[in-house]
Ligand binder design. Structure first.
Ligand code: 13P
Length: 250
């Protein structure tokens, strides 16, 4: 049985005082869960969040990293830097980065390799646009993104990669994929991984759904056979909403 991994992606929100207050409120609400709880926070919140989450079951991640270890890359943060302050997870290839910051399948692949080289666990995002879905290309797009992202990784690394299926048309729009559609897309991703790496690997990879997940629809999505968790944007900013998703099985 795969575990469920519920991760928040705060995006460009939350000042350090707001972040610490949120985690202080969240901690007692999620401490009994057997699900894995992660918050991926802005770089400027990392240090504060790591401190306040210490000794709790809330794990802290970043939202991006550079693939080089150091050098003349003004404004960038490396995996080595994240690891040095105790970060455990890093989101890679979020559609907003692909769309606004020139993230490509190639840079995603390099970043995943660099994350592993620095003992960080990557949460890798894939997802189709509305146009691609309407043209009937959704599965091709997401399986190709997955294959390119994982290219050159060992079986062990693939098993330790979390994939987040986030249809772009469902992000921040209030439109959620139906639980059947999300499950079907995630099954296709798992089949592709099975084709390349075999069933022992594909059955162990955590694949989340993301896109307007909230307390009212989380249970239905998270109870599907292949949906192993959620990557949650808007609803991860409030402790009450996020904890309700984490505790969907209570
Ligand atoms: P929303 O939950 O706000 O739709 O965002 C999803 C997302 O992009 C998480 O990475």
């Amino acid at each position: 049985m795969r575990r469920k991994v519920i991760a928040g992606n705060w995006k460009m929100n939350m000042l350090p005082n707001e972040a610490m207050e949120m985690i202080t409120t969240l901690e007692p609400l999620v401490k009994e869960t057997k699900n894995e709880v992660i918050l991926c926070v802005p770089f400027t919140d990392l240090f504060y969040c790591l401190n306040i989450a210490q000794g709790t079951n809330i794990k802290i991640g970043a939202q991006n990293m550079h693939f080089e270890e150091k050098g003349a890359y003004t404004g960038e943060i490396s995996g080595k830097m994240l690891k040095s302050i105790g970060v455990e997870y890093v989101i890679i290839g979020h559609s907003e980065r692909r769309q606004y910051f020139n993230e490509t399948d190639e840079t995603v692949n390099k970043k995943i390799k660099s994350a592993f080289a620095n003992e960080l666990k990557p949460i890798v995002c894939v997802g189709e646009t509305l146009e691609q879905r309407e043209a009937g290309n959704a599965f091709e797009v997401i399986t190709s993104q997955t294959q390119k992202a994982l290219d050159g990784l060992s079986d062990e690394q693939v098993i330790n990669t979390i994939i987040a299926y986030e249809p772009i048309w469902a992000i921040g729009t209030g439109k959620t994929a139906t639980s059947d559609d999300a499950n079907e897309a995630i099954k296709k991703i798992r089949e592709k991984i099975c084709e390349i790496y075999g069933q022992n690997v594909s059955e162990r990879v955590i694949i989340q759904y993301g896109g307007s997940m909230k307390p009212s629809n989380a249970k239905e999505l998270l109870e599907m056979s292949d949906i192993d968790g959620g990557l949650i944007g808007g609803a991860s900013l409030k402790a009450e909403d996020f904890s309700a998703i984490v505790n969907y099985d209570k």
